[in-house]
Design a protein around this ligand. Structure first.
Ligand code: LLP
Length: 395
């Protein structure tokens, strides 16, 4: 159950809102920083998972770098304290304007995803009379065994340079006086749970591709293995912090060529998923002949993951737990939002405490790709962020 210091203060807030457990985020950041030092692996937080400014400030102040996918993310990362040189810039569709922004601020590297992109970065850099640091994002052809919308390392996905285009990519880099080659990057997918099995495969493939690139005459000084470490959506309280130690250990044990090179990773979800919950209120209980609907004031515009990926999030009735105690019966509900779409469903057939109009409901593990992917569809107001320590203060 979501741990609250003051249910009273919490329940006076206007719903829906995103609730962030600042202490858990702090513990997660300090654990990943410790593991990063222990295994000698550089961590760049994938800002797309949650670009909340306070979260970014907490992460940047611990010395981690950033992984960005837009010019706006780069600007925000810098505003929130990330060192420009610690910023990596990925994405299949970087515009000329975004490339100029990145060059102007002096990012650490462009993770380039096509031969044409390399040529454009070279020509923009030439016009600005500056040298662009570039790495090659190579599509490794690996199945991450995750949802098809968050698999990125297969040849049918749009991401990365197909190894068949490597010769041409290397030629562009060698013949341009405006590109400074850094290394290679991969990202095979997201919400990966088989740490040993999947990431060891990625490491072995990375080692092969590093040799291939070096056989073409470029020196690889950095190897970036992307993000992807999954979170436990079933049991957020039992496993609040993903196993970064196991991930990094798997990398050092399976990447024989790491000696003398910088090894980087780009986790997003693993840092922020568990610290966030979407908090909404029951507006109506609508029993039907087939389904029993619990209708919330938060909807798919606030958290689209269940609708888009069929993602499972734990749902809890906080009022039943904190106000009414444990002697209530359980009831099966389809938990839905108010948006005019049949897909506006947070969970079907959920066994929850009997619920009533006005109850506060928590949709757990929503810190990653929750607020970040929210919209104002149906002209709904976006859910604001509330941090645990702000509530304690307001008591
Ligand atoms: N690096 C690159 C190049 C990426 O494309 C991504 C995520 C990451 C790092 C961070 O991956 P993570 O550690 O968070 O798995 N909206 C989806 C997830 C999309 C991930 C997109 N790329 C979801 O809600 O599950």
């Amino acid at each position: 159950m979501l741990d609250l210091t003051s249910f009273e203060a919490f329940s006076s807030l206007k719903t829906p809102f995103y609730y962030y457990d600042a202490a858990l985020l702090k513990r997660t950041i300090s654990y990943v920083s410790k593991m990063s030092r222990k295994y000698g692996i550089e961590v760049h937080y994938a800002i797309k998972a949650n670009p909340e400014e306070r979260i970014l400030r907490m992460i940047s102040s611990s010395g981690l770098g950033a992984d960005c996918v837009s010019g706006n993310e780069i600007v925000r990362a810098i505003r929130c304290g990330f060192k420009p040189s610690s910023i990596l810039f990925a994405g299949v569709g970087k515009t000329d304007r975004e490339i100029r922004t990145a060059l102007r601020v002096g990012i650490g590297a462009f993770n380039c995803e096509s031969v044409q992109e390399l040529k454009i970065i070279s020509s923009v850099a030439e016009k600005m009379r500056t040298v662009a640091p570039v790495s090659l994002r190579i599509n490794p052809g690996i199945d991450a065994h995750t949802h098809k919308y968050i698999t990125t390392g297969l040849q049918e996905n749009k991401f990365g340079i197909d190894p068949v285009d490597l010769d041409e990519a290397v030629e562009v880099i060698k013949s341009s006086g405006w590109l400074d080659f850094k290394g290679v990057q991969f990202h095979i997918g997201s919400q990966i749970l088989g740490i040993k099995e999947i990431f060891s495969l990625e490491c072995r493939r990375a080692a092969e591709l590093v040799s291939l690139v070096e056989s073409k005459g470029l020196h690889v000084s950095s190897i970036d293995l992307g993000g992807g470490l999954g979170a436990d959506y079933d049991e957020p309280d039992e496993n609040p912090i993903p196993d970064f130690g196991e991930w990094f250990k798997t990398i050092v044990e399976n990447l024989p060529c790491m000696e003398g090179r910088t090894i980087q990773v780009e986790p997003g979800r693993a840092l922020v998923a568990q610290c966030g919950s979407l908090i909404a209120r029951v507006i109506y209980i609508k029993p039907g002949s087939v389904r029993n609907f619990m209708i919330l004031d938060g909807g798919m515009n606030d958290l689209i993951r269940p609708a888009l990926y069929g993602a499972w999030h734990k749902i809890e009735n906080l009022s039943a737990h904190y106000l009414r105690g444990n002697d209530e019966k359980d009831t099966v509900y389809d938990v839905v939002g108010p948006v005019c779409e049949s897909a506006d469903v947070f969970g079907t057939d959920r066994l929850l405490r009997e619920s009533f109009r006005g109850d506060l409901i928590a949709i757990r593990s929503a810190g990653a790709y929750g607020a970040a992917m929210s919209s104002s569809y149906n002209l709904r107001t976006r859910a604001r962020a509330v941090y645990s320590d702000e509530i304690t203060k307001s008591r």
